[in-house]
Ligand binder design. Sequence first.
Ligand code: ADP
Ligand code: MG
Length: 259
Amino acid sequence: MKTIAICNQKGGVGKTTTAVNLGIGLTRLNKKVLLVDADPQGDLTASLGWVWQDDITNTLASDMENIINDKPINITETILHHNEGVDLIPSNIELANIEALLVNAMSRENTLKTLLSEVKDSYDYIIIDCMPSLGMLTINALAAADSVIIPVQAQYLPAKGMVQLIRTITKIQRRINPTLKIDGILLTLADMRTSIAKLTIESLQGNYGSAIKIYNAIIPVTTKAAETSATGQSIYKYSKSSTAAKAYENFTKEVAENV
Ligand code: ADP
Ligand code: MG
């Protein structure tokens, strides 16, 4: 059983798209997978087809609030089942209030970990889609995770943001979760015809390649991938023969081999 956080404090780098297609990719390898939407935007929830996420009453926020207030939780009532085989703990804008509640909560870093410990035994993988910040919710995700995957957009030089993210991960390892690992960097939104994509890849390999695995699979920028999130499906179902489907399939295999 492994818990993976998909994390990068920059928005629009493909975290949610990666969570969907890694999660469903792993179910296609016969793994039991739970996806966790840890972003108040609820993009993961919407991407899986629950587009009216603000109408959902049982969410990650309601369960985390119950834990903070020492109330009983019934997580099986929260978990939604997607028709491609993954399960989901959904989120909506209510989760924004939890960020503030956590600040004054006891064992505030471990609330999500406590919640997930209730269901861990039922899954091979739990994949947490993080929000674009390094606040309390992301700290909770990193505290609950065995490892982190960092999607990086292959369209600009991401050096600065990476330093900050790695510093946060190191801090979490030192203070809260000593066994947390960085599984690897996934290059996303890559347009290999451009020199900036090649430069980004070279720069990442130069700066981090010796310390952090950079996945061989590189996710290309394609309209098929962009369209998928509006369909409530994975890229495998929406556009099976697309280059993005093939890339996500290869990436999923690399993740599954690394246990
Ligand atoms: P994040 O979760 O990091 O904010 P998303 O996964 O939501 O990133 O992706 C940001 C936007 O880019 C979304 O509109 C998404 O549909 C689109 N997108 C993601 N991956 C690709 C891709 N490989 N090619 C083209 N568009 C993509
Ligand atoms: Mg997202």
